[in-house]
Design a protein around this ligand. Sequence first.
Ligand SMILES: *Cc1c(COP(=O)(O)O)cnc(C)c1O
Length: 456
Amino acid sequence: MTDTVKYVLDESRIPRAWYNLQADLPKPLPPVLHPGTKQPVGPDDLAPLFPMELILQEVTQEREVPIPEPVRDVYRQWRPSPLFRARRLEKVLQTPAHIYYKYEGVSPAGSHKPNTAVPQAFYNREAGVRKLVTETGAGQWGSSLAFAGALFGIDVQVFMVRVSYDQKPYRRALMETYGAKCVASPSNLTNAGRAILAQRPDHPGSLGIAISEAVEIAAQNDHIKYALGSVLNHVLLHQTIVGQEAIEQFAMTGDYPDVIVGCTGGGSNFAGLAFPFIGAQLRGGKKIDVIATEPTACPTLTRGRYAYDFGDTAHLTPLTKMHTLGSTFTPPGFHAGGLRYHGMAPLVSHLQELGLSRSLAYTQSRVFDAGVQFARAEGIVPAPEANHAVRGAIDEAIRCREEGVSRTILFNLSGHGHFDMQAYIDYFGGKLKDLAYDEAELASALAGLPSVAEPA
Ligand SMILES: *Cc1c(COP(=O)(O)O)cnc(C)c1O
């Protein structure tokens, strides 16, 4: 029996449609509300920020949304991504569990994010948009949109959270290599940024602030639109290509997942893998234990409140009902920069409320223990964010060993960690601190949640 088992699909099997979980939900999502009137928003309210095709994908109830051929053409460079059976890791753990992972680090930018960056750039170009502005935490989303912008001839400007801008110069260089402009946020280019800097000139930045800056610029300029790398329904929709491929690949294995694990920042890679399986379950298929994993330092699903909140600090975005730590919450500067958002995708939040998924939080040192154990067995060095999924999968496999039962575990290896080796250097140097968030700050951020009369 060989040690490395890799399930590959021919590129003709790249799915022809994305899967929309909204078509199969037992209860619809609560409406998105206008930040001023607090009434449900219509497509026109979002038109300054997004091209109409993406707005329609945000609200569609159709089960299948066709993938345009030019997008499939770009996907062909790295898709279908491989599904691996982690046999060597199973041996190390001495577990009867079967562990599989879908590897999204094979994209040019090194993560799952190009799965949505490419269609977003495509639909914007079709709508005649010349420039996109966005935010980025660790730089994964910024570099993915920069890559997609280069392919479709769109200028890209990225507001990068200040701590990451200083800590991760290689990601910044990658964005610049693709031709994007990268600015540290908070910046003095926007009202939102200037207001923050006036209060605190050395502010480390947050995703919520960077979103405010990008949204402000897009809202003020007709030819500039905004792009978001997670959270929104259309972003999660684009990521479902991952889970659909995995369903086809599982048909080759003779197995089917009992447990699915994904890490959650805004929820997109988790949703991308899990939603097609949850949809199959809701249509009468097998029930799966679906687990979202997150950092204890930014515990949105495990400690956040399910409430209407803004997506950004300056309160320019619509209000969505989601698990949130409060839009002013600034988590401590831990290494999984992609998991530092105060909110969570409304669809992922809704699933947990419906009891269709659950969530677990881990400290930084425990997720790096898992990532290093994984790398030594399987050879791939995971991104710090993905280490949260590795931790969840390894814990499930250990539980199988202790209970003497075999389960099939599938997790999303959302990206590689080649640009994050400083985090590993800090781990080996004993410098990774298990930072706790500030309880008083969380309480005050939650106290500041907008009061909203729930629409009936
Ligand atoms: C951005 C990122 C995440 C977190 O974002 P989600 O939208 O929750 O997927 C996770 N893993 C990697 C590798 C990322 O780049």
